[in-house]
Design a binder for this molecule. Structure first.
Ligand code: PDD
Length: 288
C-alpha cells in the first residue's frame, strides 16, 4: 500500500484529498520536488530541500514545515516503502481559499509527500542513447522556480512521444537551446562540456550541479554558455540529466544523429561517475 504524508498526517495515498478550491488546482499555484532514493537512502536530499525553499520563496509562499520535518517524513516514507530504487514526490501549494487571483492574506498551504518505486531502467536507452526533437520555448521566464505549472512541459513531452522521440529540447527565439521538458541538457565540444547558464530559462537541476562538479573533478572542462542550435547539431556528444534519469545519452536530435550516433566517451565517463557517487552515499545499486 502506498502512503502519503498530507499536512502532517500519514494515510493511504488513495485516501489523500485536497479541496476543489486548492490554489494548486485552480492556478497551479504551487511548487514541487522530485527526489531519488537508492537502498532507502535519499540522494542529495539537502540540495532538493533547499531548492524547495527557494522555489517557494520565488512564488512568495512561506513554508509551513521545517526542513527537519521534511527530512524525517522522507526518511519514514522510503523506509516504509522498502524498495531499492524509489522516487519521492513532494508538492507545496498555497492551499484552499475562495477563488480569487490575488494572493490570500493568510494562506493555509497544502503540503504532501509520497514515495513510489522507480520504474525499471530502460537499459537500451543508456546503451544506445535517446532521440530528442526541438520545440520552441514558450514557457515563462522564471523556469528556475520548480513550479507545478507544467502544462507547456506536458505538451512538449507528448509532442516528442507522438513522433517516437524521447523528449523535446527547448529552443529560444534567438536559436539558443535550453533544456528538455524535464531534464537539463549538455553538449560536448573539443572534449569540454557546455550547458545553458542557470538563469530564468532553465531549472537548476540538482543532478546538473552534481554532474558539473564530477566533470570538473575528472578534469573535464565545464562551461555555462548559451548554445546555439546549429552548434548543438554539430556536437561531439549530447546528454541530459535529471534526478530520475541520471545521465542519459542523446544520440539523435530531430532527424539527425549527434556525431556518429553512438554514446560518446565523456557521456560514458559521467554515467559511471554519477553511478559511483550514488553507490558511495546509498550503497551498491544496479545502474543502467
Ligand atoms: N524534473 N529541468 C526541468 C524542467 C525539470 O523538470 C527537471 C527535473 C530538471 C532536472 O532537475 P533535477 O536534476 O533536480 O531533477 C531540469 C523532475 C525529475 C520531474 O519533474 O519529474
Amino acid at each position: 500500500m502506498e502512503t502519503v504524508w498530507l499536512n502532517g498526517k500519514y494515510m493511504p495515498l488513495s485516501e489523500g484529498n485536497v479541496s476543489l478550491e486548492d490554489r494548486g488546482l485552480l492556478f497551479a499555484d504551487g511548487v514541487y520536488e522530485v527526489i531519488a532514493a537508492y537502498n532507502g537512502v535519499p540522494f542529495i536530499l539537502d540540495e532538493h530541500l533547499e531548492r524547495m525553499i527557494r522555489s517557494a520563496d520565488g512564488i512568495r509562499l512561506e513554508s509551513p514545515h521545517t526542513t527537519d520535518v521534511r527530512r524525517q517524513v522522507i526518511h519514514d516514507l522510503v523506509t516504509r516503502l522498502g524498495v531499492s530504487r524509489a522516487m519521492i514526490y513532494g508538492q507545496l501549494t498555497r492551499g484552499s481559499s475562495r477563488r480569487s487571483h490575488p494572493l490570500p492574506k493568510a494562506p493555509t498551504p497544502t503540503e504532501y509527500w509520497f514515495a513510489r518505486e522507480l520504474p525499471p531502467v530502460v537499459t537500451k536507452n543508456y546503451r544506445e542513447g535517446v532521440h530528442l526533437i526541438t520545440q520552441p520555448e514558450e514557457r515563462w521566464a522564471r523556469c528556475w522556480i520548480k513550479s507545478t505549472s507544467l502544462l507547456p512541459n506536458v505538451l512538449a513531452k507528448q509532442a516528442a512521444l507522438d513522433v517516437g522521440a524521447f523528449d523535446s529540447l527547448y529552443v529560444l527565439e534567438d536559436g539558443v537551446i535550453t533544456e528538455t521538458s524535464a531534464a537539463n541538457c549538455y553538449i560536448v565540444r573539443d572534449g569540454n562540456i557546455f550547458t545553458h547558464p542557470a538563469n530564468g530559462r532553465i531549472l537548476g537541476g540538482c543532478k546538473r550541479a552534481l554532474v558539473m562538479e564530477l566533470a570538473r573533478r575528472a578534469g573535464i572542462g565545464v562551461h555555462e554558455e548559451f548554445i546555439p542550435l546549429d552548434q548543438a547539431r554539430e556536437a561531439e556528444e549530447m546528454f541530459i540529466t535529471s534526478t530520475t534519469l541520471n545521465v542519459l545519452p542523446v544520440t539523435t536530435l530531430d532527424d539527425n544523429p549527434i556525431s556518429n550516433g553512438r554514446v560518446g566517451p565523456i557521456t560514458g565517463r559521467l554515467m559511471e561517475a554519477v553511478g559511483d557517487a550514488i553507490r558511495e552515499k546509498c550503497g551498491e545499486i544496479v545502474m543502467a
